[in-house]
Design a binder for this molecule. Structure first.
Ligand SMILES: Nc1ncnc2c1ncn2[C@@H]1O[C@H](COP(=O)(O)OP(=O)(O)OP(=O)(O)O)[C@@H](O)[C@H]1O
Ligand SMILES: [Mg+2]
Length: 253
């Protein structure tokens, strides 16, 4: 692991069922300040990979280093210290239904004790207005559209100024116009707080709009990483097919 690597995975292997590996021989390095998208078909293990980086899934073998720590053998309190430096927007949103939007975000800020309650609320207002949701602070999640809930999820992941932000399928289920707006909003916030951002998606257009640097996950391995041109120049038939043919015919597990 080099000093500038914020994430370094080496030879990671994980299976939920015997003889059905989801991640295998997986190597991935992410440098500080990078914005990287992991692109792969449905069921290829993208969410599992993010949970491995976050430390909530312990892989069966391999080395996982995040923010300078080898997380395989961290004690619980060391893990929770590391956790505080990361922000995660889960695929399913994972907002508390019984809390308002504001309360959901304040909940994520409970460790930001350097801010008074008043300052925290002010910060929530600022972030919500950046994603055009200032009016929704007192609504509960069931009163929001899917796109609005997602934006709240991003705010909750990013408001703590994490060193590393992990975003699972940031735009799934959104129409193309909302997708573009949401990606631009995330970029603006990410740039303003200077976080390293890793997103995962199965949507090729979203992947390259999100980041210049895209890593392709296939059969549990990263099979290529780079710009679209770099990936195409690998002359790997599967990658070329995946990136250029719109109608896919993949195994979806
Ligand atoms: N907790 C679990 N227990 C058992 N199997 C699981 C678990 N989590 C994921 N899997 C299996 O691992 C495989 C990869 O799942 P994962 O959710 O990581 O894929 P994904 O690439 O994120 O898919 P999608 O594009 O649909 O979000 C799937 O076959 C899934 O059924
Ligand atoms: Mg997923």
């Amino acid at each position: 692991m080099q000093a500038s690597d914020i994430v370094s995975l080496h030879n990671v292997h994980h299976a939920f069922l015997p003889n059905k590996p989801i991640l295998q021989e997986l190597d991935l390095k992410i440098q500080k300040g990078d914005s990287l998208t992991i692109l792969g078909p449905g069921g290829s293990g993208k969410s599992t990979l993010l949970k491995v980086i976050l430390g909530i899934i312990k892989p069966q073998s391999g080395t996982v280093q995040v923010l300078g720590k080898t997380i395989n053998n961290l004690k619980d309190h060391e893990k929770s210290e590391l956790f505080k430096k990361m922000g995660m927007a889960f695929q399913q949103g994972a907002l508390f239904d019984f809390m308002t939007v504001k309360e959901n975000i304040l909940f994520a800020m409970e460790n930001m004790t350097q801010f008074s309650k008043f300052e925290q609320e002010d910060k929530v207002k600022q972030f919500l207005s950046q994603v055009l949701l200032a009016h929704a602070a007192d609504k509960i999640p069931s009163e929001l559209s899917g796109g609005m809930r997602r934006r709240v999820g991003f705010i909750r992941a990013l408001i703590t100024n994490p060193e590393l932000a992990l975003l699972d399928e940031p735009t799934a289920g959104l129409d193309p116009v909302t997708t573009t707006i949401v990606i631009d909003m995330i970029h603006n916030i990410g740039r303003s707080i200077g976080t390293t951002m890793v997103s995962v998606t199965s949507n090729i257009d979203v992947a390259f709009r999100f980041a210049d640097n895209v890593a392709i996950l296939k059969d549990g391995r990263i099979v290529g990483k780079g710009t679209k041109e770099e990936l195409l120049s690998l002359n790997d038939p599967w990658i070329t097919n995946f990136l250029t043919i719109r109608k896919h015919n993949f195994d979806i597990s």
